[in-house]
Design a binder for this molecule. Structure first.
Ligand code: GAR
Length: 216
């Protein structure tokens, strides 16, 4: 089986990166995590990846005059490592249309909300302020508009009365660690394909509806 050479792009602690690296250790996993790159040299995820035996690189966005110069350096690093696919995992930079075009159909992102609700930052705070009863996370292909693109996988969690942004975020993060490896497996194996703004091909099974609050 030839495995898709994948790079994970991070800006911080990299807990989703960890989940992807661990999942890709399974011999039947269709992607190989060949590189972790951070735009922040001090990102703690880089040393975690190194400790797990994954090649790492830092491309510090601050030393470049603009976004395009940064992206061209990043692109050279990715090409040097013969990377075929990208997973953004807490990568907190927006890309230009040029970079997105280079990786069209070959770049996934994870977002801590049920898109298209709560694009952008502070998703857990905003969900609590709105009083929603169900919140969650999304893995999607990256499109030129921020937090848009065909959705591969979503997980929903109930919002509890006592939730703070931290407790809700922790419950969502647990689900992020489940769905990102699942989504990468489905895409890298060719099980899931993009069809317009949707993806199709994954078995949906018979998961029950999540109803919140539960009936007395
Ligand atoms: C995750 O919750 C991820 O969904 C979010 O940043 C966190 C990174 O955590 N990404 C975004 O908000 C992107 N818009 P991690 O470094 O532990 O994976």
């Amino acid at each position: 089986m030839s495995r898709l050479r994948t790079a994970i792009l991070i800006s911080g602690r990299g807990s989703n990166m960890d989940a992807l690296i661990d999942a890709a250790r399974a011999p039947d996993f269709p992607a190989d995590i060949a590189l972790v790159v951070s735009n922040r040299p001090e990102a703690s995820g880089l040393s975690k990846a190194k400790a797990k035996g994954v090649a790492v690189a830092a491309v510090d966005h601050k030393i470049y005059a603009g976004r395009e110069e940064f992206e061209r350096s990043l692109q050279i690093v990715l090409e040097t490592h013969r990377i075929e696919f990208l997973c953004l995992a807490g990568f907190m930079r927006l890309f230009t249309p040029w970079f997105i075009e280079q990786w069209r159909g070959r770049m996934l992102n994870i977002h801590p909300a049920l898109l298209p609700a709560y694009r952008g930052l502070h998703t857990h705070e905003r969900a609590l302020a709105d009083g929603v009863k169900i919140h969650g996370c999304t893995v999607h292909f990256v499109a030129p508009e921020m937090d848009e693109g065909p959705i591969v996988a979503q997980a929903a969690v109930p919002v509890l009365d006592a939730d703070t942004p931290e407790t809700l975020g922790a419950r969502v993060l647990e689900q992020e660690h489940m769905i990102y490896p699942l989504a990468l497996r489905l895409v890298a194996s060719g099980t899931v394909q993009v069809a317009g703004n949707r993806t199709r091909g994954a078995a949906t099974g018979s998961a029950p509806a999540l109803v919140v609050p539960s009936a007395p």
